[in-house]
Design a protein. Structure first.
Length: 276
């Protein structure tokens, strides 16, 4: 490892250089990527990519450290990211390749502080539109519904009975930064249902059982649209506690579609009814 500290003219507190993948700090970042327990213990996670970092800053996330590859991104470009003072580490190509999942992320990563994901922290509008996903297992599906939620500009996404922490690098990556653009909360199914009912939000559960076609319902009042996995669908609690169970009519051979596709259809019907 080569190491030096330089006070810069930019917004950086100091610069440090790391060239070895054997550096203890780099090894700790690999652990941060791979282990949810480490992310929980430290209250931090990794963000990869200039666009994702910009969206995190816009979403009020606090960055602790920036790591950059000078062959790809300049100090001036770093300075343009934020006016806040940050610790900055210049890394070698070998270190960057060790930490980065993609080769097209502008040579930059950041260590950020996690946010509270408590239901009580959600700040809803007077007529909220919320997407609830129950027991979503695949990070790619979680990332995809976050992208859909951003596209529809809804109030919040709630994950009931989460199967992985939302700062999993696969979720951060597949959401292309949309993890940072919407309010997000997690809770048990029971907690989420209690929260929605306490806030007088109608619950529309997408399920095959005892359902009516989705486009016949009125989503212009406070609404939560609830989707589950293709494999198991929603738990019985969502079916029995819903304002109405809804279904997307399928005209082919199969009876379900990808959860992010179903979420998009339901959300944009609600947006259409609300005049977008």
């Amino acid at each position: 490892m080569k190491g030096f500290f330089v006070f810069l003219h930019y917004n950086f507190l100091f610069m440090k250089q790391i060239t070895s993948v054997q550096n203890p700090f780099i090894k700790s970042l690999v652990q941060l990527q791979e282990k949810a327990k480490v992310r929980k213990q430290t209250g931090t996670f990794l963000i990869e990519g200039k666009r994702e970092i910009e969206l995190a800053l816009k979403g009020g996330y606090e960055l602790e450290t920036i790591l950059f590859l000078p062959e790809i991104i300049s100090e001036k470009q770093l300075n343009d990211l934020t006016t806040r003072q940050l610790n900055v580490i210049e890394i070698s190509k070998e270190v960057y390749q060790k930490l980065a999942y993609r080769d097209t992320t502008e040579g930059i990563l950041a260590i950020a502080r996690t946010k509270s994901l408590a239901l009580s922290d959600l700040k809803l509008s007077k007529n909220p539109l919320i997407l609830v996903g129950e027991s979503l297992e695949k990070p790619g599906n979680v990332g995809a519904i976050l992208r859909t939620a951003d596209a529809a500009n809804i109030d919040a996404v709630i994950i009931a009975n989460p199967k992985s922490d939302l700062y999993n690098p696969n979720i951060v990556r597949s959401s292309v930064g949309c993890l940072f653009t919407r309010q997000i909360a997690v809770g048990t199914t029971e907690e989420v249902i209690a929260y929605l009912k306490a806030n007088n939000i109608n619950i529309y559960s997408a399920t095959l059982q005892d359902s009516t076609e989705y486009h016949t319902q009125n989503y212009t009042t406070p609404t939560a649209l609830v989707v589950g996995t293709e494999a198991t669908g929603l738990s019985e609690k969502w079916r029995t506690e819903s304002t109405k169970n809804i279904i997307i009519p399928m005209q082919g051979e199969i009876d379900s579609m990808n959860v992010s596709v179903a979420a998009a259809i339901l959300l944009f019907e609600a947006k259409r009814q609300r005049g977008f």
